[in-house]
Design a binder for this molecule. Structure first.
Ligand SMILES: NC(=O)c1ccc[n+]([C@@H]2O[C@H](COP(=O)([O-])OP(=O)(O)OC[C@H]3O[C@@H](n4cnc5c(N)ncnc54)[C@H](OP(=O)(O)O)[C@@H]3O)[C@@H](O)[C@H]2O)c1
Length: 243
């Protein structure tokens, strides 16, 4: 995959929803998807950050994106249904979803964590991707869409101090297996991509003192995500994918 060379119009006429599109891997992927022809729906918590990505896309000749400011920790099933309805009404189709939004508090021993933080991380990191997929399922099926979840090493192999974050990412992995099984014969597909260490705002929080210049960048990840979201990976379904 490292030598992947996507066609310039790989995602022409396709509509892709990216959560966490205001920064980090989500931002880099949204820009890459737009550069390759997609109309991108930018979903995130902070409007100003989403507007910056919007401007970058328009200034570089990309299709006009849509912006959905949503706090995934507060959204309800009704909100997700409204989002799906708005996508159908405004854009008419949905060819893929990249779930990049993630909530991370800080590294701490379990006895210093609290229930509210756990619920918060569980909602954003595990329950919201499931709820979004559920509300968009009809459009995803109609478009034979590609859905990408982003996993985390500590969700797979939890260790001390990763607390509720690790538990929420383990829950995401369990959801992934259930959903992939249920969609094994469905028109749409789902994969879980675990990037490993990436030079992003989240990494600044998890490893503040680390020298980061040697780490892969968000743009490196965007190339892998282009492959997974587009038609070149149509045979890849229900897979744990790493760079
Ligand atoms: N970076 C790494 O080394 C690394 C390693 C392994 C896995 N990952 C995974 O890769 C994915 C992307 O991570 P990243 O490094 O790009 O993280 P990031 O830079 O922290 O970006 C996370 C995004 O999630 C959004 N977000 C947070 N809480 C939200 C909420 N309640 N509602 C809506 N949006 C919310 C943020 O938007 P606002 O800024 O608007 O709040 C931000 O745009 C995550 O799933 C992460 O676990 C990253």
């Amino acid at each position: 995959m490292t030598t992947y060379s996507p066609a310039p119009d790989l995602l022409k006429n396709r509509v892709i929803l990216v959560t966490g599109a205001g920064g980090g891997i989500g931002r880099a992927a949204a820009l890459a998807f737009a550069r390759h022809g997609a109309t991108v729906i930018l979903l995130g918590r902070k409007v100003a950050k989403l507007e910056k990505v919007y401007d970058e896309i328009v200034q570089t000749g990309g299709a006009q994106p849509a912006i959905f400011p949503v706090d995934l920790s507060a959204a309800t099933d009704a909100d997700f249904e409204a989002i799906a309805e708005a996508i159908g009404y405004q854009l008419g189709r949905l060819d893929g979803i990249l779930h990049c939004a993630t909530e991370f508090e800080n590294l701490a021993p379990l006895d210093q964590e609290c229930l509210a933080d756990w619920v918060h991380m569980f909602k954003v990191n595990a329950a919201a991707p499931a709820a979004i997929n559920r509300s968009c399922a009809a459009m995803l099926a109609a478009a034979e869409a590609s859905v990408i979840l982003i996993g985390e090493t500590h969700g797979h192999a939890p260790t001390a101090y990763w607390g509720g974050f690790a538990v929420s990412k383990a829950a995401l992995e369990a959801y992934f297996k259930v959903q992939a099984d249920e969609w094994s014969e469905a028109p749409m597909r789902i994969n879980l991509f675990t990037p490993g260490p990436v030079h992003s705002p989240q990494r600044m929080k998890t490893h503040p003192g680390e020298e980061k210049t040697h780490l892969p960048t968000c743009e490196d990840m965007a190339l892998r995500l282009l492959y997974l979201i587009g038609p070149d990976s149509r045979e890849v379904r229900g897979q744990f994918v790493s760079p």
